[in-house]
Design a protein around this ligand. Structure first.
Ligand SMILES: [Zn+2]
Length: 216
């Protein structure tokens, strides 16, 4: 399995690509509002995207979704509980961050809606959809069990967790998601987060201050 990523836009949000091999079909995970940046990552590894999975509706993950879906004519997936966020990323940006979305953002023509506990087969890869509300109500992580890989979005970072002070965020809900959906995964799971460096679940269980209550 081939996985590569790059931090994009002012929020340095990671976009990830996963493919059975370089030079083949790929799935894009999260779309910061820098479609050219995402395209360059795909070109660098000679990848052809077949779908876009979006972890949640914050503009730094969803702002490029329409551009990716349109440029490559692929389906974009997101959880419907974040509709109040992804339906208007420009307003979200203005309200929360105080500036206009640059470029020609347009949302995807249509969204494919994610549901927790389901699986998706894309580019020959099985993704288990883990609904992990807390950072936002519709936040999802994507688990590739066969490879021991978790795309954790803004649920879990190396050494930290996603903030819960934005609209729809809730700390207790995030920690319940952590206990029920993340902690039970194999400790050796490689974690590819929405911001910052990669890590493993074992390292986070041992050292992340927010995971202290899950240590045995
Ligand atoms: Zn976020």
């Amino acid at each position: 399995m081939f996985i590569s990523g790059i931090p994009l836009w002012v929020a340095e949000t990671n976009t990830w690509v996963i493919a059975p091999e370089k030079g083949g079909l790929a799935v894009v995970i999260d779309a910061p509002p820098d479609v050219d940046g995402i395209a360059q990552l795909l070109i660098r590894h000679d990848l052809t995207p077949v779908a876009l999975l979006v972890s949640h509706g914050h503009v730094d993950h969803v702002g490029g979704a329409g551009g990716v879906a349109g440029r490559y004519n692929v389906s974009a997936y997101i959880h419907p509980d974040d509709e109040f966020l992804y339906s208007n990323p420009a307003a979200q940006l203005r309200q929360l961050w105080g500036f206009e979305l640059p470029g020609d953002y347009a949302p995807p023509q249509r969204w494919e809606l994610l549901a927790g506990g389901t699986s998706l087969e894309l580019a020959g890869i099985d993704f288990e959809v883990l609904h992990t509300p807390g950072h936002s109500p519709g936040h999802c992580c994507f688990h590739v069990a066969a490879e021991g890989v978790l795309f954790s979005g803004d649920q879990l970072f190396a050494g930290s967790i996603g903030r819960t002070d934005l609209p729809g965020g809730d700390y207790d809900t995030l920690m319940t998601s952590m206990r029920n959906r993340i902690v039970p995964l194999t400790p050796a799971t490689d974690v590819f987060p929405g911001h910052g460096t990669t890590t493993t679940l074992a390292v986070e269980l041992a050292t992340n201050p927010f995971m202290q209550e899950f240590r045995t």
